[in-house]
Design a protein around this ligand. Structure first.
Ligand code: SF4
Length: 193
């Protein structure tokens, strides 16, 4: 690839981006009420097929778009991460709804306070629940992002080597300010590493 002229690589990037952006196959990780809106997005009224994303697959190896819709319990995190790791690169992630993006109203140790603590999220969809139009807008935004930054050999992901999500408050809190919550202390605490 390195010996190819720049203009040829640019053209290849453009073709690859065109194909990838218009054939995003979602892995629907729908755990709660947002999932109902996700289902509605595939219906004839909203017709996400217009954007090439109607092929929802329940096999991660056939998907390139992780679509998390709904709250994620702490116990589900290993499953979510395993599915993410099983998806081939290049892959993207949409966080749909307040719960997936921030825990929403479930400010509790049992619910993940934002999936970006565990996955790299490309687009966040606000709302409780977001309307199907908002999810379609997120897909369009992601398509634009892919077309603007994508490369045929996924060079844009080479920087994904370090964690860029929110940092734990444990690093700024004194020990006596930390809170230990009931349950499994290894996995259920919010302010302990
Ligand atoms: S954001 Fe609202 S609609 Fe979506 S899963 Fe949470 S509570 Fe349900």
């Amino acid at each position: 690839m390195a010996v190819m002229p720049d203009f040829l690589i640019t053209k290849l990037d453009w073709v690859a981006n065109l194909a990838r952006a218009n054939s995003l196959w979602p892995m629907p990780f729908a755990t709660a009420c947002c999932g109902i809106e996700l289902m509605a997005t595939a219906s004839s009224r909203y017709d996400i097929a217009r954007f090439g994303s109607e092929a929802m697959r329940f096999s991660p190896r056939q998907c390139d778009l992780m679509l998390v819709a709904g709250r994620v319990a702490m116990k589900m995190v290993p499953v979510l991460q395993r599915i993410w790791l099983q998806m081939p690169e290049p892959k993207w992630c949409i966080s749909m709804g307040a719960c997936a993006s921030s825990g929403g109203v479930f400010d509790t140790y049992a619910v993940v306070q934002g999936i970006d603590r565990f996955l790299p999220v490309d687009v966040y969809v606000p709302g409780c629940p977001p309307r199907p139009e908002q999810l379609i807008r997120a897909v369009i935004d992601l398509q634009e992002k892919i077309q603007a930054t994508g490369t045929v050999n996924a060079r844009e992901f080479t920087d994904r080597t370090t964690y860029e999500g929110p940092t734990s408050m444990i690093k700024t809190l004194e020990l006596d300010q930390t809170m230990v919550v009931p349950g499994d202390f290894n996995t259920a605490t919010r302010q302990r590493d």
